[in-house]
Design a protein around this ligand. Sequence first.
Ligand code: PMP
Length: 366
Amino acid sequence: MHPWIAKRTESFDSSGIRRVFDLAAKLDDPINLSIGQPDFPVPRAVRRACIDAIEGGKNAYSQTQGIAPLRMRLEDELRQTYNHSDREVFVCSGTSGGLVLAMLAMVDPGDEVLFFDPYFVMYPALVRMVGGVPVAVDSYPDFRIDCDRVAEKITDRTKMIIVNSPANPTGVTASREELKALAELAAERNIALVSDEIYSSFMYDEAFTSPAEFNPQTIVIDGFSKSHAMTGWRVGYVHGPKAVVETMVKLQQYTFVCAPQPAQWAGLEAMDVDLSAHIDDYRRKRDLIVEGLSDCYELTVPGGAFYAFPKAPGDSGAAFVEAAIARGLLIIPGNIFSARDSHFRISFAASDETLQRGIEVLRELA
Ligand code: PMP
């Protein structure tokens, strides 16, 4: 380790994902089912709004908490959806920015943060970055929320529970009952519940439910990256209890400063875009994957997001992924998202042709 590098950086690494990308770089027409973002373009009206903002001179810092029209629009929606007396919203630099600020605002060194395994890769890394202790709650084999398992992991140091539905990497959506039970457990034990709702637009079988419906103290983190295919534009938002939001805004002032202003205007426009055709298309892609693989893989049907998380044949997901990559198919080994090395992640945010080619290779490998 170079003497200048801080110790906190030693507690997590990015070698797993890098390894997949290194292998991928050697392929010339790969069947790429590894991408964590939509394959449709940013809607035209949203692109136009960003260009108009730039051309109209809206290029300076915005207020730390975000441009007023976007905040007011979000506030209106929140009032209609939740009508919580103690709920404020601010605009952050992508959902990732919101997650970083949530950790900085609420997790002290030694505090424990619970999340479900498999998990989004950032969760344990961010917890460690602020000196917290990541505590994974196993959710295999069906990736459901089991509150008894959560309760078993709660200690005097438990500060936060993170829930992510629809989930990366499984695509599994928690039921209303599961979210209600988790929301009530967090409230009873006075633990901060952080709900990462970045995939909330991508629901295929039922309407989206937020645990904030059942626990008014829930901190919700959402954004436009996935819903409007604008991952590079860095616009997210957070809503939650006033004291938490104010602390996060204070931290944003000294870190991200604000989300990019032109992209915030685009976010405002995005709220009027009808996404239903894209969602219908992704539901159909989900069905293609499920129909193509269910008879030869153990697979929990994803109810949302754009991922599926089948069990790999053999005893190593990582070894299976290497075999797939050797045949030109890019997928991600489950051990990047989990303490277990038994599954692999497919993204179905790809063209039908790519999906068909991927299914063929996976059927051969099964
Ligand atoms: N949460 C989850 C579960 C994700 O999958 C992602 C993106 N891969 C993010 C947060 C971050 O999204 P962004 O920072 O682009 O809003």
